[in-house]
Design a protein around this ligand. Sequence first.
Ligand SMILES: [Zn+2]
Length: 246
Amino acid sequence: MGRIRIVKEYQPEIREIEYSEEEFEKKYVLLCDNYSMGEDADLVIVQPQAAEEMLEYIGWGTRTQENRVEQGGFLVGRNCYDKKKKQHICLVERALPARGAVGSWGFLEMSHEDTREMHRELDQINADCPEEKKMDVVGWFHTHANALDVFMSATDRGTQSRLFSGERAIAMVLNPYRKIWKCYRSGSCEDTKAELLISDQTFQKFGKKRLVNHGFGFGGKKFGSELPNLPLLTQQVRQERGKDED
Ligand SMILES: [Zn+2]
C-alpha cells in the first residue's frame, strides 16, 4: 500500500513517435503477471536501465534488510503514441527510488521531501538530455513485502486517483520475494501490458534464478519447476503478442 504526499497531479505530455523495436532486440524480457488482461492499445516498456535500477533497489529475488518492508519510487520516461500501430507506448527509462521513504510491512509513505528529492534527480537527468529526450514522471512503483500478493489496495487506488489519474499514468506493484509484478494504468487502475527488458549485463548479474520464479508465468502460460530460459523479445514475445491479437 503506497501513499505519496504531494500537491500536484502528474499529467505527462504525449509525443508522437514511431516506435521501433529494433534497438531492443536480443534483450531478455519479463512480462508482468497481468499481461494477458491488458488491452493491446497500451504497452509499457521498462527499458534495461530502469529495469535494473528498480530490480536492484527492491532486491528482486533476494531477502534483504531493506526489502522486508515496502519500497517504492517514481518511474520516469516518455509517453509516446505510435500512429501506425495505434498503440500508446509508455517508455520507462529510469526508476528513481524514494530512498528516504518510510516503509512498513504493509505500508509505504513518500513525503514531500522524498518527492522533491526524486524531482531533483530527474532535473539532473534532464539537464543532459536533448529536448526530445527529456523525461517526465510517467508513474510510480512500489513493493508488497513478504507473502502479500500484488494488487492495487484501497490506499494505492487513492494515491493513483489523486496523483496519476491521467489515462496514461502507470502504477507498478512488485513482490521481490515471490517475483511477481503487475502493471496498472489510469485513475481507474486498468490492467496494463508491461515488459521489463533485461540487458545481457543485468541477466548475468541476476541470473535466471533471481529473475524468474517456479510458477513463472509467461503470457498466461505457467511453467513447472523446470525453469525455461528467459524468452528473448524478438521471438516468444512477438508470438505471444500475435496470439493476443487473434
Ligand atoms: Zn500497495
